[in-house]
Design a protein around this ligand. Structure first.
Ligand code: G6P
Length: 743
């Protein structure tokens, strides 16, 4: 109501200003118009009487002149008439006022008129020149002008009344319109709030709803989503919170994951087709995330029975026992695998990014294949995308060129790329002949993630050194070719609680089962190392430490066994084959020198272990050793911590694995320092249970809180913020375009 009164008041104020501005003009208009009217009448009197007056004056017939003058002066407005000869008033009517003098009339030779204000009223004097017998004179006509003032006052009152009426009418009209608009707004706001509460979509074309209602609806929904997201950030991250984040923040979005390694491999064996979960940190992390989010995962179909397990579109629903997303397989020829996977990716980029002193090999033919396979996956992404703006999660060093290729095909996609391995310093990276192309390819991403801030900094240095771009060190972003890429650290993790833990027996049962299987006595202390047979993992150095341990701490001989599980990997490559041969020979040598009848200090198990077997080993162990020479993150360390719900066991962890940034309660070691490593082994084997518990609790809290759902959630939140910002930018740009088109 107050608002409506205010609208009415403003209308009245505007009207009052208009009246005040108009009134003086109206009065002076009336005065000028009346004066012109009287002057006209004076001239009419003069022209009617002139000849007669001249004739009577020429005969000096004063009686007739005065008579004529009196007759003319009978007109009610004519006050008096006179005749001036020079400055002398020779003839006049009786009521000629005393203030009149011929001096003013004689001032001009021609016709003149002027006003004299006397006795509270105005008198207009019009003087007309006459020539009588060669003598110059003036016929003067005096008009009483007091009626002009009366007329002006009347005009003022009438205008005032009319404008006041109009103002009141306008105020009433404005107030009525305001009332109607307010009612409509209130109704639309109510409707928008109700829609936001119930999640009903608000019509995008606002014919039925004023724009404000739509705005409020959107703002409320965003506030609500943000509230829920903030709540989620302070509660445990789990599949539900991740799903909620996805549906609140990226509602209706399509998620597509792209990686080289597939999460499920169908292999043909003598027992028929078996399903294998590959030994890959990438798969371990991403599989639970994709299970929670749904969508499509595009990967190389590398299993011997993969082709038999897909539909006509190369798709298979996974996980097989409870499908929640689609695995789309891409087929690669032998030649493609040679060049792209073994060559460029694993003989070029893998050793380039890891400081493990294995020289990278850069072959142009491999790179051509790498490019071609990236193109192949880009086509697969386009084929799978149902919308023009999907969220695409590109994984790892196999696809450095893919983000740019997708950006060219789907410009509105949100591309989040994650580099799972370390990024070397700019100088080291500089030896790569494809460095510019790699940086260009990765900068096709909307967001580019690494495990640590150090890797982000190295990447920014590489951008700075090798391409023309604008780097914003405060925002950690790169603007390249007009597009911005955010560079962010997202430390990857594992699902919490791990699926593999669900089926595990008690710690005692696991210890018993493992000891039985490996033929170990009940009091034998066990250390484990579980990884792919990769030279970055430091397996040889670790074995040498065990060799030294028995020299420096002989009391452990016969009381300690190290179980090294090594899954064969990339065995086509000479560097991997050599490593395996070297490790096998070293294990044999150590076992010969330090072993006894029925005692083998190193158990080297070269075969793939499924997650259940891995977790059983973790639960049976006293210590777990992760002594990578260089590692992006290393999820084995986190899995060991997650497996130990009894809060015991000791983790020995390399300072050069990303995980050491988070798991600082592990015994952090330099894998190149054999002596210190030996001390760490001894310390771990003698660590009091209380200290083990303290350390394990802190590490478990860390892994529980910073689990893989949080990792994915943080990236999706960043993607959503980016999409909102881009949406606003697009709206502003469209508005500008419309404005300039209308101009
Ligand atoms: C690392 C890489 C992954 C890869 C995994 C296993 O963790 O970052 O991308 O999947 O090793 O290697 P593979 O060559 O067998 O896939």
């Amino acid at each position: 109501m107050r608002l409506i009164l205010r609208f009415g008041g403003i209308a009245i104020l505007v009207a009052a200003i208009v009246i005040l501005a108009v009134l003086p003009f109206a009065t002076s208009f009336v005065e000028q118009w009346s004066r012109r009217d009287v002057e006209l009448r004076s001239r009419l009197v003069f022209s009617t009487a002139r000849d007669q007056v001249v004739e009577l004056l020429a005969h000096n017939d004063s009686a007739q002149v005065e008579k004529l003058f009196e007759r003319i002066a009978t007109d009610e407005r004519v006050l008096a008439i006179g005749y001036c000869e020079g400055q002398q008033l020779r003839f006049q009517t009786k009521n000629m006022p005393s203030f009149f003098s011929c001096a003013q009339a004689a001032q001009s030779d021609g016709e003149s008129s002027f006003t004299i204000r006397e006795q509270g009223g105005n008198t207009l004097i019009s003087a007309f020149p006459l020539n009588v017998n060669g003598r110059a004179g003036h016929l003067v006509v005096l008009h009483d002008m007091s009626f002009v003032e009366r007329r002006g006052t009347q005009a003022r009152s009438s205008i005032l009344l009319a404008l006041a009426g109009v103002a009141l009418g306008a105020a009433a009209l404005v107030a009525t319109i305001a009332l109607l608009i307010m009612r409509r707004w209130v109704a639309s706001i109510r409707q928008a709030m109700e829609n936001a509460r119930t999640g009903t979509p608000t019509p995008s074309v606002d014919e039925d709803l004023p724009a404000i209602g739509k705005e409020i609806h959107d703002v409320l929904q965003e506030l609500d989503a943000t509230r829920r997201t903030i709540e989620a950030a302070h509660t445990d991250w789990n599949p539900e919170t991740l799903r909620a984040t996805l549906s609140n923040e990226l509602s209706g979005s399509e998620v597509i994951v792209v990686s080289n390694r597939e999460p499920y491999i169908h292999n043909r064996t003598e027992d028929g087709i078996v399903l294998q979960i590959p030994a890959s940190g990438l798969v371990a992390a991403l599989e639970p995330v994709t299970r929670a989010c749904g969508g499509t995962w595009i990967a190389h179909g590398s299993g011997t029975a993969d082709r038999e397990s897909v539909d006509a579109y190369d798709r298979v629903a996974v996980p097989p026992d409870n499908p929640s997303y689609t695995l789309r397989r891409v087929w690669l020829t032998e030649e493609e695998q040679e060049g792209y996977y073994y060559g460029a990716a694993n003989e070029g980029l893998w050793p380039l990014c890891h400081i493990a002193f294995v020289r990278p090999a850069f072959r142009e033919s491999d790179w051509r294949m790498y490019r071609a396979v990236n193109e192949k996956f880009a086509e697969a992404v386009v084929a799978e995308a149902k919308r023009e703006d999907p969220v695409i999660l590109v994984q790892d060093y196999h696809f450095a060129l893919l983000p740019r290729m997708i950006r060219e095909r789907l410009p509105r996609a949100t591309i989040v790329t994650f580099w799972h391995i370390p990024w070397p310093n700019a100088e080291t990276f500089g030896i790569c002949p494809w460095r510019e192309e790699i940086v260009d390819g990765l900068l096709g991403s909307s967001i580019l993630g690494f495990h640590t801030q150090a890797h982000c900094n190295h990447f920014l240095d590489a951008v700075d050194t090798y391409v023309e771009s604008r780097i914003d060190r405060e925002r950690d972003s790169v603007t390249y070719g007009g597009e911005e890429t955010l560079i962010r650290p997202y430390p990857i993790s594992i699902e919490w609680p791990p699926t593999a833990l669900a089926g595990q027996k008690s710690i005692e049962e696991c210890r018993h089962a493992v000891r039985q299987r490996l033929g170990l006595p009940p009091d034998m202390r066990i250390g484990v190392g579980i990884e792919r047979f990769d030279y970055t993992k430091g397996i040889i150095d670790r074995m040498q430490v065990i060799d030294n341990l028995f020299t420096e701490y002989p009391e452990w001989k016969g009381r300690f066994v190290f179980v090294q599980v090594a899954a064969p990997t990339r065995s086509k490559l000479a560097s991997y084959r050599q490593l395996q041969e070297e490790a096998e020979a070293l294990a044999r040598d150590i076992n010969t020198r330090h072993g006894t009848e029925g005692y083998e200090p190193i158990k080297l198990l070269i075969r793939h272990h499924g997650p259940d077997q891995v977790f059983e080993l973790f639960r049976a162990a006293d210590i777990c050793v992760v002594s990578s020479l260089h590692d992006g993150m290393n999820l084995v360390a986190k899995e060991f911590v997650a497996a130990r719900d009894d809060e015991s066991g000791v983790l020995i962890l390399s300072a050069f694995a990303g995980a050491s940034r988070e798991l600082s309660e592990a015994l952090i070691v330099n894998p190149y320092n054999a002596h210190a490593m030996g001390e760490a082994f001894n310390r771990a084997l003698t660590m009091p249970p209380e200290e083990q518990r303290e350390r394990m609790r802190l590490m478990r809290d860390q892994v529980r809180e910073r689990n893989v759902y949080r990792w994915a959630g943080q990236m999706l939140l960043a993607a959503s913020r980016l999409r909102k910002r881009l949406r606003i930018r697009r709206l502003i740009a469209a508005g500008r375009r419309r404005a300039s088109a209308n101009a």
